[in-house]
Design a protein around this ligand. Structure first.
Ligand SMILES: *Cc1c(COP(=O)(O)O)cnc(C)c1O
Length: 397
């Protein structure tokens, strides 16, 4: 690529990119671990991790090597042929979870669509043809395709896109009574994030996931845990629901699983997975060899370097230090592992901008808050550096 100036690129972006994103005025150029550099050499501490995708930070050497090696051998087969990476990644995800079978796709929203289709088809095959509906939660986020926005419990993502997929009800996250009333003989599945991410790290009340599991089992509805954001070590376990010792029937995974390449997974049991007979569901790119090689490297490094423990230890440390900033800066801290949300006195967008100006990249979490998703191998020194920035950025005017 010819090197162009930031100014030239930003002007071209204004002209030729659809305006659905509103990024800050710099061009990302290079990264290493928790650090991102822009085209002009300015350094940022990146606590967005590409929305939780870069679990090992930027440019992890083992992931780079896996990608490069695979790219020299085989980049794409489509689903017409087996390749080793697909098979091994399915095997690994089953070893790390309740799962017995896995379907690979390219993104979180595709994993969610796959879960909806599989849930409906499962009941169709059993002759329970009324079970076609879904129950989801307010403030949830499940992706941007037509089925996924119907499940997403935030009107701002749905407005102007009607008609949405019919048959979705929403209940308050954490409210068992409402959920009990919403589930019926027509419910195919309940879909839940074990911790709501996009909404700003909403941790449910203790016992909620267990009670939802029991409710689904009692009523015959399937349970889908959407762990696109919480999965792959983010909360200090491979999957967030493992803290509560409950298992879903379907599990959606994406973001961190691909080491930065597009990859998603739908994990389920053999009894349910059996409903996906040949030809019923597919993706041309899904489980691409290069993405699978990256994914296997990510899982290997997390395990070998003990990053689940690091996520827990560093997450607790970071949350503690954020609390120490005091109520005039940080009103509330919610976290599990390195999934950390805070409510600030400032408006969220203003807080994100002020952190960025001082060299810390964060994400909006809800309207009055920030979401921090540092890499799982983040160091204490990097967390301290982020705290110094937050102390200044969030100070009352
Ligand atoms: C990001 C996210 C999605 C959508 O994933 P994409 O890869 O952007 O399609 C779905 N569910 C949850 C919980 C997410 O955080």
């Amino acid at each position: 690529m010819d090197q162009r100036t930031t100014q030239d690129l930003l002007a071209t972006a204004q002209r030729h990119m659809t305006p659905n994103y509103a990024p800050p005025p710099f061009v990302a150029h290079r990264g290493r671990g928790s650090i991102l550099w822009d085209l002009d050499g300015r350094e940022y501490l990146d606590f967005t991790s590409g929305i939780g995708v870069n679990a090992l930070g930027h440019a992890h050497p083992e992931v780079q090597r896996a990608i490069a090696e695979q790219a020299t051998r085989l980049c794409h087969t489509s689903n017409l042929f087996y390749h080793q990476g697909y098979i091994e990644l399915c095997e690994r995800l089953c070893q790390l979870s309740f799962g017995e079978q896995v379907y690979l796709c390219n993104s979180g929203t595709e994993a969610v669509e796959g879960a909806f289709k599989l849930a409906r088809r499962y009941f169709y095959d059993r002759g329970e043809r009324r079970r076609v509906e879904f129950v989801s939660t307010h403030e949830s986020f499940h992706g941007r395709t037509m089925g996924a926005i119907a499940a997403t419990g935030q009107p701002k993502y749905q407005e102007g896109f009607a008609p949405l997929m019919p048959g979705v009800r929403h209940v308050s996250y954490g409210d068992l009574d409402e959920l009990t009333r919403a589930i019926g003989a027509e419910t195919a599945a309940v879909i839940l994030e074990p911790i709501q991410g996009n909404a700003g790290v909403n941790v449910p009340p203790p016992g909620y996931l267990r009670a939802v599991r029991d409710l689904c089992t009692r009523t015959g509805a399937l349970l889908i845990f959407d762990e696109v954001q919480t999965g792959i070590g983010r909360t200090g376990r491979w999957f967030a629901h493992q803290h509560d010792d409950v298992t879903p029937d379907l599990l959606t995974v994406a973001k961190a699983i691909g080491g930065g390449l597009p990859l998603g997974a739908l994990v389920t049991t053999r009894a349910i997975g059996a409903a996906l007979q040949p030809g019923l569901h597919a993706s041309t790119f899904g489980g691409n060899p290069v993405a699978c090689a990256a994914g296997l490297a990510v899982l290997r490094v997390i395990e070998r370097e003990g990053l689940l423990d690091n996520a827990k230890i560093m997450g607790d440390y970071f949350a503690g230090r954020l609390r120490e900033l005091g109520p005039e800066r940080v009103v509330e801290v919610r976290h599990r592992g390195l999934m950390v949300g805070i409510t600030t006195k400032l408006d969220g967008k203003a807080a994100v901008a002020r952190c960025r100006e001082l060299g810390l990249l964060t994400n909006l979490g809800g309207t009055q808050g920030l979401r921090f998703l540092p890499p799982l191998n983040v160091s204490r020194a990097e967390l301290d550096r982020a705290i110094d920035v937050a102390a200044k950025a969030l100070a009352p005017e």
